[in-house]
Design a protein around this ligand. Structure first.
Ligand code: NAP
Length: 334
């Protein structure tokens, strides 16, 4: 049973835990939404999740976020957004949401340590890159292993680069990385690609991309950074090593939507389906960023979506407020 703390004296629900808007997730979408809603004087709570600041906390320099001509480190950019949101009055808790109930009004949001009520919700829990699942992967993350060519490609100038995956992302990233790498090798676990025909044609025509079929990554070797990647031929089980300074994993993303799957309409891959801009299938619940958008996945597009969701919330709440005022006026005979 959902247990909303009650004020001991009045016996009524504790209003300090009720918000005009609760934002779940704290990447560029969440913090930007918070900047807009708190600046619009909505009582705002951001629940940051397990990685406050989101995916950019694990990248190094961000060179393509507008407004920073000399680039900015991912964690610094996210701390700036957090502070900007707090400056206008956002409350931020570093906690993880474990359950929601969008069937109740106000909405109920339960974290490890607290239960909150919300008149409206913005979901910006993002997506996580799918991992290879080998032991060395985590050790070399940010030290040669990357999940985003657009973010990290320019740091691999003159290096031998490996890209893993056979979808659109892998091919786009491989093509992008040919601008920087000495060599680019695409390694795929099958002998045909999943990517769209047009991207396949472009990749096959690109003399700088080599293909290694029916292979998977078995291990990564190096010291402070990646030096060699061990690949395994899945047809004959044989392993061999390939020198590489960079390993780009492009095997898809998984939206962070597990806790919403019985509450909202998701697509077949688990992404939140939106209708009418940032509205989800539940009136009053909005979504922004990679939790919905599997196409662009950029900090700047996520921030843009966060702004849109905040403006939609503001409008939705004021229309609702208007309706409440109208019905009170009617009851009073005005
Ligand atoms: P995706 O289409 O799901 O492709 C993932 C690729 O990674 C597949 O080739 C898959 O192999 C491989 N893979 C999955 N798990 C693996 C593992 N554990 N080890 C090795 N390989 C593994 O993902 P995506 O390329 O990120 O694309 C996601 C969506 O965005 C797609 O709908 C795509 O069309 C879209 N997108 C579109 C564009 C564009 O239109 N320009 C650009 C980027 C993405 P199998 O093929 O064997 O399953």
């Amino acid at each position: 049973m959902l247990n909303i703390d009650e004020n001991e004296e009045s016996g009524k629900p504790d209003k300090t835990k009720q918000f005009d808007v609760v934002i779940i997730g704290s990447g560029p979408a969440g913090y930007t939404a918070g900047i807009y809603t708190s600046r619009a004087k909505l009582k705002t709570l951001i629940i940051s999740g397990t990685l406050p600041g989101g995916q950019l906390m694990t990248t190094s320099e961000v060179e393509n976020y507008p407004g920073f001509p000399n680039g900015i480190f991912g964690p610094e950019l996210m701390m700036n957004m957090r502070q900007q949101s707090e400056r206008f009055g956002s409350n931020i808790v570093d906690d993880e949401v474990i359950e929601v109930n969008f069937k109740k009004r106000p909405f109920v949001i339960i974290t490890h340590s607290e239960t909150y009520l919300a008149d409206s919700v913005i979901i910006s829990t993002g997506a996580s890159p799918r991992k290879l699942g080998i032991k060395a992967e985590q050790h070399f993350a940010g030290r040669g292993v990357s999940y985003c060519a657009t973010c990290d490609g320019p740091f691999f100038k003159g290096e031998d680069i490996i890209v893993v995956g056979g979808g659109d992302t892998a091919l786009e990233e491989a093509a992008f990385l040919t601008k920087f790498g000495k060599t680019v090798k695409l390694i795929h676990r099958r002998d045909s690609l999943r990517a769209s025909k047009i991207l396949q044609e472009k990749a096959f025509e690109n003399p700088k991309i080599q293909f290694l079929w029916n292979n998977v990554i078995a291990d990564i070797k190096g010291d402070k950074k990646v030096v060699t990647v061990i690949v395994k031929d899945i047809k004959n089980g044989k392993e061999h090593s390939i020198p590489a300074g960079g390993l780009f994993v492009a095997i898809g993303h998984e939206p962070n939507t597990t806790i919403f799957k019985d509450q909202l309409t998701l697509d077949d891959k688990g992404y939140i389906v939106l209708q009418n801009n940032t509205r989800t299938s539940i009136d009053g619940v909005f979504a922004a960023g990679d939790v919905h958008d599997h196409r662009y996945r950029q900090a700047v597009t996520a921030a843009g979506f966060g702004c849109m969701a905040a403006l939609d919330v503001e409008k939705w709440l004021s229309e609702r407020q208007g309706r409440v005022e109208l019905s009170i006026n009617k009851m009073e005979g005005n």
